[in-house]
Write a protein that binds this ligand. Sequence first.
Ligand code: 9MR
Length: 383
Amino acid sequence: MRLFKTVLCAVAIVMGASGQAQGLKDAYKDYFSIGVAVNMRNLGNDKHVAIIKNNYNSITAENDFKPQSVQPQEGQWNFRNADAIADFCRENGIKLRGHCLAWHSQVGQWMFQGANGGQATKEELYARMKTHITTVMQRYKDIIYCWDVVNEAVSDGGSDPLRNSQWKQIAGGDEFIRKAFEFAHEADPDALLFYNDYNAAVPAKRDKIYNMVKEMKEAGVPIDGIGMQGHFNVYEPSLEDIEAAIEKYSEIVDHIQFTELDIRLNREMGGQLNMNRQGEELTPERKKMFEDKYTGFFEILRRHADVIDVVTFWNVTDADSWVGVSNYPLLFDRDANPKDVYYKIVNFTPTQKEKDAAAKSVKKAANKAADEKAALAKKNYRK
Ligand code: 9MR
């Protein structure tokens, strides 16, 4: 009888309650949530939907909640795709990350134009920003648990720590960032609010982000966490730099999220759009580098499960990926089949340090609240 029970239990662990093989979210349930960026094409593809339901317990809309998508012209709201993605999450009880509210890219030019035709005044800009943030956040507050409030406002190089965006030009400095967080906190006091950026593990940029968030938090700006996008390649950033950044950020925030994970075969990294989508040939050496980077990265994540809430893959399969299929960036290949590395990530043997990190995790209350919110949204959802 005991043997029978043991066998049953082992089968249950491997298969999961649904009878499907254990997915990523189940393998990592004691550590952090596992998310994925989703677009409308994914939701119309049965194989992708099955992958999503089996592996992920957090979703980010790849493009459909961005300012340009939901408010292409002032006061002209377009919630069709955003609603469809939110409904998919409600229907399936999957929590939703909001992405994003203030960004220099994918925002209508109207945001920066003044009523008299010239550049908007600061007051005009802030009034529009407030309307945008409040409208979008309140519409989805039953299912969205956290928001990228400000995206990519820190510069990549140069002496000015801020990107020279229209936001910054009109605000005359970083005030727009402070305002965005204040408006977001007023709109939904329960949502966790993130500053999100790429190359956030590169030491020079890491320090700029750290200094900015530290100074703002000390001044009372309601920033809960730092989103490290994670558009890596097999060479850079080094695993040491990634771990050092997590450790440094965890001095000032209780919540770190990897918000846009992919690992390219070529040498490009970061979030810039003018990049080379041509990967490199998948030689056995590169395949090994790719697998070592992913598994090494997940070891780091598990060691820091106390501060990491979620790691989100940026797209479902290589065929979808914004960095191009030949960059081989994700866990599911061009035909939506799991790669060898998928199994290496699902089947891990935790070290004592990893188990300790999972056990003492300070953020679990927030993750639990987010899961409860999604469960409630599912209960309330009527097609
Ligand atoms: O993956 C997104 C791609 O489909 C869009 O064309 C692009 C437009 O800006 O944005 C991509 O997502 C970006 C994300 O929103 C912010 N970080 C960088 C991502 C890659 O550019």
